[in-house]
Ligand binder design. Structure first.
Ligand code: NAX
Ligand code: K
Length: 485
């Protein structure tokens, strides 16, 4: 698992190391790592043009020292000081000694001809949207030809939440120091960070409160059957979804559950005939969930409607002592009767998107991890908050940010697939928060695989699930989550 950290956690770890190392050591480590990444990105250094945007804090210091490294290797480096009076003195001296030029935001910045732009305006010390002079220079950098590289955090992105309250540096690469900051992989910040490179500066970090799963983490949780398994020991999923008029959600949800490899899928609801026709492997009933036979976890909600029948079916499922995944129409109903969820003792997983989340009484806001944690704690349930980077939170505060996926997943029916897939993982006995995080990861990877063939529809995801799971098991152990378009 990859640990994700807040600025405060990084600062606390830095304090200890700063006290134990000679002055300037950490910044030198950061700047050397940054320059090394830049050298790799540039390929050829001699004669290339680099513009360093330097704010008044240590983030500017990192950028100036890295600029000095590049200048010593023959790059033509211009430092643009956003606040010349307060620029990092040692970094500035190093850059000048290495032959770099220095100017202000209104001087000859070189942005219109730069090969590379280093954003050292603000790092983890940034607060609120970028101030006007910084915002203006970022806008000019973004319209120029240079490769956009952010130092530690793209300036204007909140390192903790990924919130982008105003202008921000749209990085193609972010070189971050000591630890991955949560804001680089969640919320709007994810779109500004580009590819994230982690430079080790020797920080000893405590266990993280937020994680991202890797392919290997997920492969370890989605186990293949053992020789002694039978259909019951591999997990039996019950699906309540769809209707006789709209069987689509039921077919997708059931198909995803089947393709995620449980031992058996049972279906209960008025789309039984449609489900039986699409998936003859399923045991169906057009009666109540209690008529479906024994299951180990339920998925309830997609396309089931919100009428009185649907309400009583939801109440029946939530009254069981089994893990239940609540999605779509069932979320709408659960938001009106949250005590049905609160009084459960068995695990519940809720899978809202932002509008469904708001039905529980508060908007998601800019802190998506915080929002998922709040609802999880309030309801005593795992909350899987869907989005570009889906967040999963447990009532005890444990949280995950998903790293897989593709914008192509924003299409009808993909949520039904996520529900069926995650319900199947719940039925295998995984802890609910891990089933949800693993489900989101696999769903994203299936989307990436399906999108390799062009625009995807939800049933492509179902078809791709077995190959997706097979690929996960072959993946190297430390691969960072990434998303392909
Ligand atoms: N503490 C350390 O030993 C290390 C710190 N490092 C670097 O230091 C950074 C943190 O440095 P600082 O604490 O000095 O803070 P920053 O350099 O991140 O930011 C502080 C500066 O930004 C300005 N600022 C804040 N919000 C702004 C906004 N919205 N618009 C424009 N300007 C704004 C402040 O006025 C201040 O001048 C890290 O991100 C990292 O890059 C690294 O060198 C590694 C070692
Ligand atoms: K920065």
């Amino acid at each position: 698992m990859i640990g994700l950290y807040t600025a405060a956690e990084v600062r606390a770890a830095e304090e200890l190391l700063l006290a134990a190392t000679p002055e300037g050591t950490l910044m030198q480590r950061a700047a050397t790592g940054l320059a090394t990444v830049c050298l790799g990105l540039l390929g050829r250094v001699h004669g290339t043009r680099v513009t360093v945007l330097a704010g008044a804090g240590n983030n500017g210091g990192d950028a100036l020292f890295a600029g000095a490294h590049l200048a010593r290797r023959g790059a033509r480096v211009t430092a643009v000081l956003l606040d010349p009076e307060r620029a990092h003195a040692a970094g500035l001296a190093a850059l000048r000694t290495a032959g770099g030029w220095v100017t202000g935001p209104d001087g000859p910045t070189g942005l219109e001809r730069a090969d590379l732009v280093l954003d050292g305006i603000v790092g983890i010390g940034g607060r609120g949207g970028l101030r006007p002079p910084a915002a203006a220079v970022v806008e000019r950098a973004a319209t120029g030809p240079g490769l956009m590289v952010a130092v530690d955090v793209p300036s204007g992105v909140d390192a903790d939440t990924g919130a982008v309250p105003g202008a921000a540096f749209p990085a193609q690469h972010t070189v971050t120091f000591g630890a991955l900051k949560t804001g680089l992989v969640v919320g709007e910040g994810r779109g500004y960070a580009g590819r994230v490179h982690l430079v080790d500066i020797g920080l000893a970090l405590p266990p993280a409160g937020v994680h991202q799963l890797t392919d290997a983490d997920v492969a370890a949780r989605v186990r293949p059957p053992h020789p002694g398994d039978d259909k019951y020991t591999q997990g039996v999923v019950g699906v309540v979804a769809g209707s006789s008029t709209y069987p689509g959600a039921a077919v997708l949800c059931t198909g995803a559950a089947l393709r995620a490899r449980p031992g058996l899928v049972r279906y209960a609801g008025t789309a039984a005939a449609g489900v039986r026709a699409a998936w003859p492997e399923t045991i169906v009933t057009d009666g109540r969930p209690s008529d479906a036979g024994r299951v180990q976890a339920w998925v309830v909600g997609p396309g089931m409607g919100t009428d009185d029948d649907a309400r009583s079916v939801l109440a029946e499922v939530l009254a069981t002592d089994l893990p239940v995944l609540v999605d779509a129409d069932a979320l709408t109903m659960a938001a009106q009767q949250p005590d049905l969820v609160r009084r459960r003792e068995a695990p519940t997983v809720l899978t809202p998107h932002d509008r469904e989340y708001a039905r529980f009484g508060a908007e998601v806001g800019e802190d998506r991890v915080g929002a998922a944690r709040r609802l999880a704690a309030d309801l005593g349930a795992v909350v899987l908050l869907k989005g570009d980077a889906t967040v999963v939170a447990a009532p005890d505060g444990a949280a995950y940010v998903n790293g897989t996926g593709t914008p192509w997943l924003a299409t009808a029916g993909t949520g039904d697939v996520l529900s069926g897939l995650t319900g199947a993982l719940l039925a295998t006995g995984l802890p609910a928060v891990e089933a949800a995080a693993a489900g989101a990861h696999v769903h994203g990877r299936a989307g990436q695989l399906a999108a390799e063939e062009g625009p995807l529809i939800a049933s492509d995801l179902v078809r791709c699930l077995p190959a997706t799971l097979a690929r996960l098991r072959r993946a190297p152990a430390d691969r960072l989550g990434d998303s392909g378009v």
